[in-house]
Design a protein around this ligand. Structure first.
Ligand code: NAP
Length: 481
């Protein structure tokens, strides 16, 4: 792939081991400048049908390779991602907008996922189960499900794609990846890394195009045995409805609305540092971003003051500048949504301590914002804001805090800042979330499960659970005499 910045270059999809530039393409926009930085090929439905057939053909060979063999290939992909890490980070920043240091972190995490699943490939264990009848023996074995379709979002364009592709490949499944329309170029570069690792043709393919139509083919075509999706709860619901006809298995990583609880007994500096990370990383556009912040009354004034001082000092700008801490949002609609949430909160009586407005410059920038005394029924306390907007309110008792935190249809992540061990255990057991950071603003790691409860999704990625999502469990019963 020639260097980015060639605005009129059309980037290819990757089908059955070949690169294809299609006649139809869409522009990819740099959200910091609003410039088109390249064009992405768009497939037609017939390409998706062919990709599923080619993947199905490749399945027979891929599943026969030992876990160790597949792991070695994943290691080769990881080596290639490592070799091209600076270029990958730059591409992520150009198409997504995030600060370059965070893009570098995303690439490092993607590499780590690849190496984790390379190791997991040889740990796809079954079990031998003691029989009830002495003439019988029972085995449980795990076999790869078959062709997997992976649909990924724009907010972490590389790592969230790898979080699906790597475990599917480790399990022995071929994968077809469909990245988000805003950020396909990181996926093209990742596909180049896969190509360089010499996977058999058809084992990994990349498509881009009309999401509803591609999704429909994945849902309707019986050759596609599983869909793994990360994105909004709204699209997740459509997939659930569409999967009904064929009872197609789905893994769903959907929206969040994470509560962050700060107790009087916390270490204030750690709580402010953790809140900055949980709220403002990726310019607030993370599914596990702290969306609503509840602070106990005793520490509320000091916490507000310290957080606001640090937020005011955040450097906003083009993510390519290494000094930048807050980049642009993904598009104009995201800026409008942030403004709507802030206005709604202020109209409801919240105090604007800093920020609160779109920046008057090119690009989709919104000022880092702190809101105090936000009404409990404000939009930003119920909907994902997906922007650098921190809404705060205070509470008195632990019971009240838990009730507020759990008063949501979502349950992806939650954050707790406390130094009381007993309280910590009470909280982690009662908070309705799939991941809880205790004095930790960034809980994600390759070796632990990632996913949510309630309307935040079905299933888990990463950890030991990551590969399991792509395996069928079979019971073998042996009659000996
Ligand atoms: P989105 O609009 O749901 O899009 C996600 C992906 O789904 C994109 O590739 C999109 O393609 C595709 N898509 C859209 N309509 C589809 C359809 N009818 N059938 C099949 N695929 C379809 O979400 P987003 O705005 O990109 O991402 C933000 C959301 O993702 C937030 O809610 C965030 O919380 C959530 N998220 C969750 C996690 C998690 O792990 N739980 C992680 C990150 C993000 P196009 O781009 O081509 O439309």
């Amino acid at each position: 792939m020639p260097g980015l910045g060639q605005a009129m270059k059309t980037y290819p999809v990757y089908l059955n081991g070949e690169w294809l530039v299609t006649t139809d393409s869409v522009g990819v926009v740099n959200p910091a400048s609003e410039d088109i930085i390249g064009r992405m090929s768009q497939v037609e439905r017939r390409h998706v049908v062919q990709a599923l057939e080619d993947a199905h053909k490749a399945f027979a060979g891929w599943r026969q390779i030992t876990g160790r063999g597949r792991g070695e290939i994943l290691e080769r992909i990881a080596d290639e991602v490592h070799r091209r890490r600076e270029e990958l980070a730059r591409i992520i920043t150009l198409e997504n907008g995030k600060p370059i240091a965070q893009s570098q972190g995303e690439v490092a995490m993607a590499e780590d996922h690849l190496r984790w699943f390379a190791e997991e490939a040889r740990r796809v264990y079954g079990r031998v189960v003691p029989p009830q009848n002495e003439s019988k023996r029972h085995l449980v074995i795990k076999t790869p499900m078959g062709v997997v379709a992976a649909i990924s979002p724009w907010n972490f364009p590389l790592v969230l794609a790898v979080r699906k592709v790597a475990p599917a490949l480790a399990a022995g499944c071929p994968v077809i990846l469909k990245p988000a329309r805003q950020t396909p170029l990181s996926a093209v570069t990742f596909a180049e890394c896969v190509h360089a690792a010499e996977l058999p043709a058809g084992v990994f393919q990349l498509v881009a195009g009309n999401a509803a139509e591609i999704g429909r083919e994945f849902l309707d075509n019986p050759l596609c045995r599983k869909i793994t999706f990360t994105g909004s709860t709204e699209v997740g619901r459509k997939l659930i409805a569409g999967a009904a006809a064929r009872v197609k298995p789905l893994s769903l990583e959907l929206g969040g609305n994470a509560p962050l609880l700060v107790f009087d007994d916390c270490s204030l500096d750690d709580a402010v540092k953790g809140t900055l990370l949980a709220k403002f990383r990726n310019t607030g556009q993370s599914c596990i971003a702290a969306n609503r912040i509840y602070v106990q009354r005793g520490v509320y004034p000091a916490f507000l003051q310290s957080l606001t001082e640090k937020v005011v000092a955040l450097k906003v700008g083009d993510g390519i500048d290494p000094q930048t801490q807050i980049g642009p949002l993904i598009d104009r609609a995201a800026v409008d949504k942030a403004a709507e949430h802030v206005n709604d909160a202020v109209n409801g009586g919240a105090k604007l301590l800093c920020g609160g407005h779109p920046l008057k410059r090119e690009g989709f920038f919104f000022e880092p914002t702190v809101l105090a005394d936000v009404g409990r029924n404000s939009l930003c306390m119920f909907e994902e804001t997906f922007a650098p907007v921190a809404p705060l309110t205070c509470f008195d008792t632990e019971r009240e805090a838990v009730a507020l935190a759990n008063n949501s249809d979502y349950g992806l992540s939650a954050y707790v800042f406390t130094n009381d061990m007993k309280r910590m255990f009470r909280l982690v057991e009662s908070l309705e979330a799939g991941m809880i950071g205790v004095n930790d603003g960034l809980p994600t790691t390759s070796q632990c499960p990632f996913g949510g409860v309630k309307q935040s999704g079905w299933g888990r990625e990463l950890g030991r659970e990551g590969v399991d999502a792509f395996l069928d469990t079979k019971h073998i019963s042996l009659q000996l005499d």
